[in-house]
Design a protein around this ligand. Sequence first.
Ligand SMILES: NC(=O)c1ccc[n+]([C@@H]2O[C@H](COP(=O)([O-])OP(=O)(O)OC[C@H]3O[C@@H](n4cnc5c(N)ncnc54)[C@H](OP(=O)(O)O)[C@@H]3O)[C@@H](O)[C@H]2O)c1
Length: 248
Amino acid sequence: MKVGVIGGTGRVGSRLIAHLRAGGHQGVALVRSAGVDVVTGEGLREGLEGCEVCVDVSTPPAFDESSLRFQEAAMAHMVEAGRAAGVGHFVVLSIVGCDDVPQVPYYAAKAYQEQALADSGVPWSVLRATQFHEFIPDVMDWTTERGVVRLPPTPLQPVAAADVVNVLVDVVLGPPTRARANLAGPESLALDDLARHVLALHPDGRAVVTDEQAGIFAAVPGAELTAPHDATIAPTTFDEWLRDSWPA
Ligand SMILES: NC(=O)c1ccc[n+]([C@@H]2O[C@H](COP(=O)([O-])OP(=O)(O)OC[C@H]3O[C@@H](n4cnc5c(N)ncnc54)[C@H](OP(=O)(O)O)[C@@H]3O)[C@@H](O)[C@H]2O)c1
């Protein structure tokens, strides 16, 4: 099967293409460095030529309000170009609970992305994952000042990107479900404690201070981002990932 992967050089996209190739399939990276821009639509129609499936695992450049404009353009171009190329299955990797936290602009944009795909009339599937283990060090860097990481105790249930790809590949190779499936890691932990786990195993001189107001996750009221009852639970714990897969 030939699969067009928008964002195919990213954390998830590159692993997905390797996984597809290992299974005897063809994954094509549709990214700006290959002349494809999902925001302008440039190169997308040509890139999807001969693809049975199109997956979007791209990421907007910023986590602010501009992410909605990115998703509006991306979804319109993906559906239009995919239809023209005869793609039979459209897949998006989204985020668990994104529609429950519209206060976080990036998550509101992901909820828009899902709904735009579902409303488009094309055959679709959505896999929602929780925050990646690999994402936690980025979140720590965003709120580091003078050697102190400030983070709220927001409950998260992170998942290893490799575990996400193991599930995503089955969604991509399976039939369109016209449904949102949920995937989470095995443990729910407070975000500030996740940062403490990072620095306990990989100390770099920083300290963690609990701050209810710090960073984008401060806007999350409760456990919206943890596994819903129907979620598939992936195996790799955060500490296993910290031990076996560091650096991120
Ligand atoms: N991070 C998390 O914790 C998390 C959790 C759940 C779901 N997700 C979702 O998982 C997906 C993959 O995340 P990731 O961490 O693997 O992303 P990533 O590593 O940041 O990779 C982003 C990819 O998007 C491509 N890209 C960016 N702008 C583009 C454009 N205008 N046109 C075409 N390609 C473009 C980039 O390539 P070029 O720069 O070469 O274009 C790159 O291949 C995202 O949709 C994200 O919302 C993430």
